[in-house]
Design a protein. Structure first.
Length: 290
């Protein structure tokens, strides 16, 4: 065999061996540890900001650790998010936070001691026959303040809804003093709950109705302040305004058309404001993974 043949044979063997498929051996249970740095930040940020926005405070060490652990255990899936939110919303802190929020927004610095003191003043005049001609009006004002005083406890206790709490915070002596005149009452109620001014027809209808005249608001007739409040807090505009407020509070934006229609329909049909809040707080956008 000459050198040429030997060389050709060597190259052929090398080529064949280089083309042979190499089998990779898989070792079970040998997974690389995942990088959880970003995920952990997401869990922790979600827990912290939810506590602050919903309860107005940071979680305690035990609340924080338990919440993060439970969310991590289930991969932050939808069920674990709602379990977490249900736990937070079940705390009395949540409802007292709502009471305080609306008290400041609607009644400013007025607190329970102011209400008690004013009721005592009304009682003084109600026990002096010199003012007998004013007794009906004084009694009405005292009754409204008594309702306002109990509204916070009734809401926290679950016997009235957030809508009823808001209505009582509008229908009292102090709110009337802050918003002097019927025109201002209608204007402020629209601004606080609908985030807009009333149209001229809405303003005239509201003013006339509160003044005791037959009038129409949101296609419904009424002739008293109670009628106005009942119509107002059962209107589509009120439910839409509540949805807009939740999106602005939690996502810092207004809802899109689909979000608006879906959430408004749900709130109107269930009258469950908390469920609207939870739905927004459970979104990927709020969680921070989108």
């Amino acid at each position: 065999m000459n050198y040429l043949k030997i060389g050709v044979l060597f190259l052929a063997v090398f080529f064949i061996s280089s083309c042979t498929k190499t089998e990779l051996e898989t070792i079970t249970g040998n997974k690389a540890p995942p990088d959880t740095t970003i995920e952990l930040n997401v869990y922790e940020d979600y827990v912290n900001k939810t506590f602050i926005l919903v309860l107005g405070r940071e979680p305690s060490v035990s609340e924080f650790q338990a919440s993060v652990n439970n969310l991590k255990l289930n991969g932050l899936d939808e069920d674990s998010r709602y379990d977490f939110l249900n736990t937070i919303f079940s705390l009395s802190d949540y409802k007292w936070r709502q009471v305080e929020k609306w008290r400041i927004q609607l009644l400013g610095s007025t607190d329970s001691s102011d209400v008690i003191n004013q009721m005592a003043i009304f009682d003084f005049f109600l026990n002096d026959s010199t003012y007998i001609s004013l007794w009906p009006g004084l009694q009405m004002e005292k009754d409204r303040l008594d309702t306002l005083y109990n509204a916070s406890y009734n809401y926290v206790g679950g016997t009235i809804s957030i809508r009823q709490l808001q209505s009582h915070m509008l229908n009292n002596y102090f709110y009337d003093q802050i918003n002097m005149g019927v025109d201002n009452f209608v204007l402020s109620s629209f601004q606080h709950f609908l985030d807009r001014n009333p149209t001229l027809s809405e303003l005239y209808g509201g003013v006339g109705m509160i003044g005791g005249n037959n009038a129409v608001l949101f296609l419904h007739a009424g002739a008293s302040k109670d009628d106005y409040l009942n119509i107002f807090f059962n209107s589509d505009d009120y439910f839409e305004g509540a949805v807009i407020r939740v999106f602005n509070d939690y996502l810092l934006r207004a809802p899109n058309s689909l979000e608006m229609s879906t959430a408004t329909l749900k709130y109107r049909s269930t009258l469950n404001f908390e469920s609207i809040q939870k739905d927004v707080l459970a979104t990927d956008e709020f969680v921070g993974i989108k």
